[in-house]
Design a protein around this ligand. Sequence first.
Ligand code: 5CA
Ligand code: ZN
Length: 409
Amino acid sequence: MKSWAGPPIPELPGQGQPLRLFDTATGGVRPTAPGETATIYVCGITPYDATHIGHAATYVAFDVLQRIWLDGGHRVKYVQNVTDIDDPLLERAVALGEDWRAIADRETEVFRADMAALGVIPPADYIGAVESIPSVADYVVRLQELGAVYPVADDLYFSVHSDPRFGSVTKLDESKMLEIFAERGGDPQRPGKKHPLDCLVWQAARPNEPAWDTRLGHGRPGWHIECVAIALDYLGMPIDVQGGGSDLAFPHHEMGAAEAQVLRDTWPYARHYVHTGMVAWQGHKMSKSRGNLVFVSQLRRDGIDPMAIRLALLAHHYRSDWAWTEQGLSEAVDRLALWRTAAAASSGADPAPLLTHARELLSDDMQTPIVLDTVDRWALATVASGGPDASAPAQVAAICDALLGVRLA
Ligand code: 5CA
Ligand code: ZN
């Protein structure tokens, strides 16, 4: 699938520090990406009601993660999916009386334009669920051969406990798993399942629903196996980072890890499971199902600079849950104006300590809010009294651009 145009990323003097990040599976901050090429899979959108601020916060967080790796001298291989066939998309198509493909195409295009405007580095491989169906079918056949898949009526289910490590990503007790599974697309009550947590990997064709001909017959993939197939095909295992919002930790990443670990008979699927906090609006998690959404495209149409949106997002630590507010946005607009004034000054304070401090803060679990405060201090001092260094404003602009993705020019 077509991706979007990548932003230019300025080179900075010296090199950033190795990135240490919180990992859901071990519950602590650990070093990432031991190899020369760092690999990351971030779960992509289900293309309807895109791009809301919650989506943007998640993709900007993983964008900063990659910028830290790049600054640390890594090459980065980034893969993302588009869940361009799934129940919620079909339900939306019925509700709107529109073809599901038209909705998916339109919303994916909105997402691309928003990501490009926000200066988000595009994935090297941007892969739709539909285009990965033959590969999903191959993986499901392999799971069948391994005895990890069984039929329920004409559908196929993965026995989650065929991976002895099932549960090790989120470490939830079974009652909690069952509760969340039911809330997030699972079907614990379906008669005929061997275990209520077992998850659908292949759904036989239903009347009036799209289906594809594969070695498994006429049908379509389950959700978790879609991401596993794409990640294994384009990145291999282990992935350095499996990313997404915290709402994906269970069941999506837990069940995906189990499927991959059974398929490859090795562990772990991902060295780090990295989860962003949830952005709320009007008192609830911003979600397509509730409809309490603020759209990036609407803010852009309202004349908000995408770099101000970026700053509003980066003012929160990526792991915290937070609420989008008008005030937060207007503070970001003011901050961008201050930074731009300072970046246009004829001279400024020495940028070297700022770069060192920013690198330290970012490498320690991506503390973007404190980095923004540090740039504020440099900008305020520069605007107030200039400084001895004529190249400082351009250097700080390059730091903000390379590490935070905030363009000041
Ligand atoms: N297609 C699946 C992943 S394979 C999916 O979850 N799509 S989504 O469109 O619902 O969400 C896309 C990404 O945005 C996911 O990583 C999700 O965790 C994240 N996300 C959704 N809502 C929010 C929110 N309110 N705050 C932060 N991140 C969110
Ligand atoms: Zn996914």
